[in-house]
Design a protein around this ligand. Structure first.
Ligand code: GLA
Length: 991
């Protein structure tokens, strides 16, 4: 049965055992509200009707009611701020894309329903057909074109009669444990422990849209946050082949085991201190793992690529690359167009050629002995005079014979970036990607393979990361074996190659000693081989940032007051955030203009900077150079600099648009403006922000719009490079609505990144724990903010706000004017402590001890090179009663040494014990009364101090017993007074 609810504009399809509900939204998009067990009465629907149009952070406005986080759309439209896979992508002859189909009408006829949608700009009609047949809903799509020529984006959608259902399966956590159990002739079953969903092709005869078992990559299951999945890509892509071959099991080759590259019997042995990576001239992968376990009696070898997995060109179907030769070098050349690692110990170039199509490939492998990392990138060379159109160019694939792995990724959102997400791999493709134009807070360009028993200290952890800041994909594909691949997202991507094209560099590392070792390898690599050389191991200043203190409401006097207080506290750098240019009083205007807002800064940047310098502080500035406001001088003069489709309505993010960095004229313009601003005063630091994602991917400068996002990145990198060259002494901090572009590409230019707009210490334990999987403390920026947190309204103790931020590059973001004298003196001590231990905190080797994701604690230790100096943090999320004996476990200490374990002296406000104070005072006071308030303002309760002496072996094996927590007990120096969100730092030094 099918019926339409006029009032809600819902369509209900009911089979004999299920309900499927769609809604026609106000602007005409069709949302999928529900699919699952049959809903019997109206009360079942009530919660479905609560659409959550929460505008969180960078929300997108398109018409009045569009928000980035909303419904599951029948056709999600990534072109309008929705970054899920769209079920139909159509490309017009100029390369622009649309997924924007709006409701025209519908027709219900017994058990048949047709919904008619139209692209508002063209004559293209989409008809969604649904038929109820017993328990089944049969669905197909029909396209009708009465207007200009249009192409179906063959990457996503290839036939007219394939059915694609974006479903919100009822109460099923699709990202956990769902398996494709069968993909036979037209039938696919998805199954987890509780249920089975079956999809069967109803098409008869020789129809290209059939689901097929082999090759499996015709079937794509995307179990991402939206529970969207696409079941068929269309059979036009039937070329992806599984490649598996075997070699003689008895083959033996002598190996030396020294870090180096060796070439023997056409096999390349790449060895770092602890890792080996071996493959042959046909890119058969022979080994990747610990040097100690390297055995060359391989039972099988895995072929790295069937070329179409990694490379595709428009109109070329028979790519066939043959190995030519290799070259060894001590120096790895830098990529010309993209950021890349530096300081490799050795480098291997492999040359391949496709003589029929006149295309050459150069694969470059970098070896980093100390960090145990390998890099790999690919150069594609067009040897013809004709242009070649590249539509897929991944950076790497690594095959594994073993398929029994979990995939870890760092997923999130605004103010909850890089949370750890793990899922079991099973048959089919599992991937994370970004279509947002930035590397994104949704999925960091990193994945790790782990085993079920991998922990922080034990087991396998294989990490892959990408040195790229734009649209990426990282994928694990399981069929007879596992192939991990990654690179630029092929979604809506093309590149017209005249001569050469470079793919981003990928980095991979392997650990058999758990995730800590994997992260330590990445940390060493980022510190030594990614951040610009002049900032290597350079201690980062303690800064104060004006944003949360004043937002847009400041003038020179207010800023100077803040700076003067900051200077007295020991802060070293004052950063003026948003609002200093054009006529920017809120986020609706002036991006693109770089003139000083004289109403606020009557003596200009130079006047302000000089006064701040006189107070003994350095001066830093916020800019957002990749953006443009409609209300700006730049837009008046150069509307063509805005990325926008000439006819389509534009969608805004944070009221702003994006500048067209694919156009070199824009790069020149912005360079010129920044050059003037940055040389106008004694600037020591710049925070470079980028506050919205792509939604109107259209450049008036480009002919083929599929080039837009990558060429944008190339333009941005070009600008970074020029600016860095001109101002090598300036410390740049990357930022993108917090941590929306936190990747190794950015870090090649900017030595640190604003991690998240969330400054809440408790949420930060999750964000920083996740971020530390790949990135070291020196590049992670963290700030102490005000008492009631501005993002989550939580109150974390002042000492915890500092303790959590101290395992990073430290800053403050609060109005010192409003900070009590009591807290000011605490902050002063904190800064002194941080500066004293800064080298260790920023560059020490980090070992994660307890995860907030799995426990009530967040605990880590940083150690210097011989572990003679260490600092340990233990943060407790909630106080729990009836605790058993607490042991703070430690690792990484030198077993030859004895150590002292001492608490950093912390101060507590006596108010936390409330009226219990009466039990220690000789007189009685009233809680929150005048006397209580006076005592709390002036009396600084020093928390307990540990003073333990123990051997390194004991600490590594057992840890230490801290003083017991308050639990209805006395309050004295032997009791650890703890509240929710409280924490301690412990100094663990060699005796
Ligand atoms: C973004 C940044 C913030 C702040 C504001 C200013 O949201 O992440 O730190 O700079 O922009 O508009």
């Amino acid at each position: 049965m099918i019926y339409f609810n006029e009032e809600k504009r819902d369509i209900h399809i009911r089979t004999s055992n299920s309900s499927y509900i769609m809604r026609i939204l106000e602007e005409g998009h069709v949302a999928s509200l529900y699919f699952g067990e049959k809903l019997k009465n109206k009360s079942h629907f009530s919660s479905l009707y609560k659409r959550y149009e929460v505008a969180r952070g960078v929300s997108y406005t398109w018409k009045s009611n569009y928000s980035m986080i909303g419904e599951l759309y029948e056709f999600s439209y990534c072109d309008k701020g929705d970054y899920r896979e769209s079920s139909i992508d159509l490309i017009y002859s100029d390369g622009s894309i649309t997924c924007d189909f709006r409701y025209l009408s519908h027709r219900i006829n017994d058990n048949n329903l047709v919904i008619v949608l139209r692209d508002p700009l063209t004559e293209l009609i989409v008809k969604l057909h649904y038929t109820v047949d017993g328990e089944k809903i049969i669905r197909y799509t029909e396209l009708e074109n009465r207007g200009e020529e249009v192409y179906i984006n063959h990457l996503v959608w290839a036939t007219f009669d394939t059915s694609i259902l974006p479903l919100r399966l009822n109460n099923v956590p699709l990202n956990q444990g769902i398996r494709i159990v069968d993909a036979d002739e037209g039938l696919i079953s998805l199954e987890n422990d509780d249920l089975i969903y079956r999809f069967q092709s109803e098409s008869e005869g020789d129809v290209t849209g059939k689901f097929e078992k082999s090759p499996l990559n015709l079937i794509r299951a995307n179990f991402g946050e939206d529970c969207n999945f696409v079941l068929a890509e269309g059979a036009l892509h039937s070329t992806g082949k599984v490649a598996l071959s075997y070699v003689n099991k008895n083959r033996k080759t002598s190996i030396s085991g020294k870090p180096s590259i060796e070439v023997l019997d056409d096999i390349f042995y790449l060895r770092t201190n602890r890792l080996s990576y071996c493959f042959d001239t046909r890119l058969n992968h022979l080994y990747f793992g610990d040097t100690a376990d390297e055995k060359l009696d391989f039972s099988g070898k895995m072929k790295e690529f069937t070329t179409d997995r990694i490379l595709q060109f428009e109109g070329i179907e028979n790519l066939n690359f043959e190995y030519q030769n290799y070259k060894l070098s001590d120096v790895k050349e830098e990529l010309k167009t993209l950021p890349s690692s530096h300081g490799s110990d050795q480098c291997l170039y492999l040359f391949f050629s496709d003589k029929t199509n006149h295309i050459d490939l150069v694969l470059t492998y970098g070896l980093f002995y100390e960090s145990d990392c390998f890099t790999r990138s690919m150069k594609i060379i067009n040897r013809t005079r004709e242009e070649r159109i590249l539509t897929r160019a991944l950076s790497f694939t690594v095959p594994f014979a073993d398929t029994d792995f979990n995939m870890m990724s760092l997923d999130g959102d605004w103010i909850s970036e890089r949370h750890i997400n793990k899922r079991k791999l099973s048959g089919g493709r599992t991937y994370i990607d970004s279509k947002k134009g930035s590397s994104s807070n949704s999925h960091n360009p990193f994945i790790a393979l782990t085993k079920d028993d991998t922990t922080e200290f034990k087991g396998t952890g294989i990490g892959f990361s990408l040195i790229y800041s734009g649209n990426h994909i990282m994928e694990a594909d399981v069929d007879s074996h596992l192939t991990v691949s990654g690179g630029i997202n092929p979604h809506f991507f093309a590149y017209h190659i005249q001569d050469e094209f470079e793919t981003p560099e990928a980095v991979f590392t392997y650990s058999s000693e758990g995730l800590n070792r994997m992260s330590q390898n990445f940390h060493c690599f980022v510190n030594n081989n990614i951040v610009p050389g002049q900032f290597r191991e350079k201690e980062r200043p303690v800064l104060i940032n004006s944003w949360e203190a004043t937002y847009f409401d400041f003038n020179e006097r207010k800023l100077l007051n803040m700076a003067s207080k900051a200077g007295k506290m020991g802060i070293e750098l004052f950063v003026l955030d948003d609002g200093w240019f054009g006529k920017r009083d809120d986020d609706t205007s002036s991006l693109g203009d770089f003139s000083i807002y004289r109403k606020k800064l009557k003596h200009g940047l130079n006047g302000l900077c000089r006064k701040i310098n006189k107070m003994g502080l350095d001066f830093g500035l916020w800019v957002e150079p990749e953006m443009i406001s409609i209300d700006s001088r730049l837009y008046e003069e150069h509307p063509e600099y805005l990325l926008k489709h000439p006819q389509r309505e534009m969608s805004f993010g944070r009221n702003q648009g994006i500048l067209d960095f694919s156009n070199p004229e824009v790069v020149d313009y912005v360079y010129g403006e920044l050059e003037k601003v940055f040389s106008s005063c004694n600037l020591k630091y710049v925070k470079w922000d980028m506050n919205r994602n792509f939604s109107d991917t259209y450049s008036g400068y480009l002919k083929d719009q599929r080039e837009c996002t990558h060429k944008y990145m190339l333009g941005v990198y070009e600008l970074f490079k020029r600016i860095m060259k001109r101002f090598p002494h300036i410390l740049f901090e990357g930022c993108a609505a917090g941590g929306d572009r936190f990747d190794m590409g950015i870090l090649c230019y900017f030595p640190q990144i604003w991690t998240s707009d969330c400054t809440d210490a408790t949420e930060r334990t999750y964000i920083q724990y996740g971020t530390s999987m790949v990135y070291p403390q020196s590049v992670i920026c963290a700030q102490v903010s005000s008492d009631v947190n501005h993002q989550l309204l939580r109150q974390n103790p002042i000492e915890s706000r500092f303790n959590v931020a101290s395992f990073a590059s430290l800053g403050f973001s609060l109005n010192l004017k409003d900070v009590s004298a009591f807290n000011m003196s605490i902050i002063r001590n904190q800064i002194t402590f941080y500066k004293e231990h800064r080298k260790l905190l920023q560059f020490g080797k980090l070992t994660r001890m307890e995860s907030p994701y799995d426990s009530n604690h967040y605990a880590m230790i940083v150690s210097n090179s011989d572990s003679s100096k260490n600092i340990y943090i233990n943060f407790q999320e909630l106080v729990k009663s009836s605790r058993s004996l607490e042991i703070f476990k430690l690792k990484g200490l030198n077993e030859k040494y004895d150590y002292t374990v001492e608490t950093r002296q912390q101060i507590e406000n006596v108010k936390v014990v409330g009226e219990l104070l009466n039990h220690v005072l000789p007189f009685r006071i009233r809680q929150n009364g005048v006397i209580h308030n006076i005592i709390s303002r002036f009396y600084k309760y020093k928390t307990e101090c540990e003073n333990i002496i123990a051997s390194g072996a004991e600490l590594n094996c057992f840890g230490f017993l801290p003083k017991h927590q308050f639990a209805g007990s006395d309050i004295n120096e032997n009791v650890r007074l703890t509240t929710d969100f409280s924490s301690r730092l412990y100094l663990i030094n060699k005796v």
